[in-house]
Design a protein around this ligand. Sequence first.
Ligand code: ADP
Ligand code: ADP
Ligand code: ZN
Length: 214
Amino acid sequence: MIIILLGPPGAGKGTQAKKISEKFSLPHISTGDMLRDNIIRNTALGIKAKSYMDKGELVPDDLLLDIIKVRLSEPDCSSGFLLDGYPRTLAQADALGKILDNTGKEIDVVLNIHVDDEELINRLSGRRMCSCGASYHVLFNPPKKEGICDSCNGELYQRNDDTPETVKNRLAAYKKLTEPLIDYYNKKALLHTIDGGKDIPGIFGDIAKVLEEI
Ligand code: ADP
Ligand code: ADP
Ligand code: ZN
């Protein structure tokens, strides 16, 4: 099964992706996590991507093409995968379409997680991350022990792009460059819109229902 998670920053893509990946045994591919990993390792890609990410802008399409191509060709992706945060532009959607065409694969479903702007800002301002990819919220989804990751005992941190000014830019970039993908995938009859305003288990229940019908 090939699943794309679409949604604005803070919609809960990463949170739901972890749960989907466990229940449906699919590799979770997050371009945000991959880019942050490149920044930590100080790779050429990480150095280039950092300046865009710090400002809340999207990283240019051509910088992502190689990493996504390589990742999708790895053996664990052979029978399906879950994309979180890719594609984010029409050019990326076309590029992904070509990669899949070349390997005889097709997208099964695009889950569009819809959340109002005000709620997105509340979610992003209280988000705490772990380097293992887990994400928490100080009020809405706190870890069992303050500041410590439930799954790996790692120390939680606040992402440096979760600041009010950067969040404003990220939401603007979403509206301008990513939102057109809703129409793009709707026209391909792949889109399922999910009410992302519910609590975490409620959203997961709705997503699982959609996936079980595929
Ligand atoms: P995204 O990957 O879409 O940017 P995350 O999964 O990191 O979003 O979630 C953003 C923040 O909102 C995190 O702090 C997370 O714990 C919290 N969160 C996720 N889903 C919900 C929800 N349904 N209700 C309240 N808070 C949520
Ligand atoms: P969120 O869903 O909370 O916005 P991500 O971790 O998915 O966060 O992305 C963080 C940042 O990484 C984005 O603001 C952007 O700069 C960059 N990024 C991630 N995925 C992409 C992508 N597909 N195209 C361009 N930039 C990306
Ligand atoms: Zn962790």
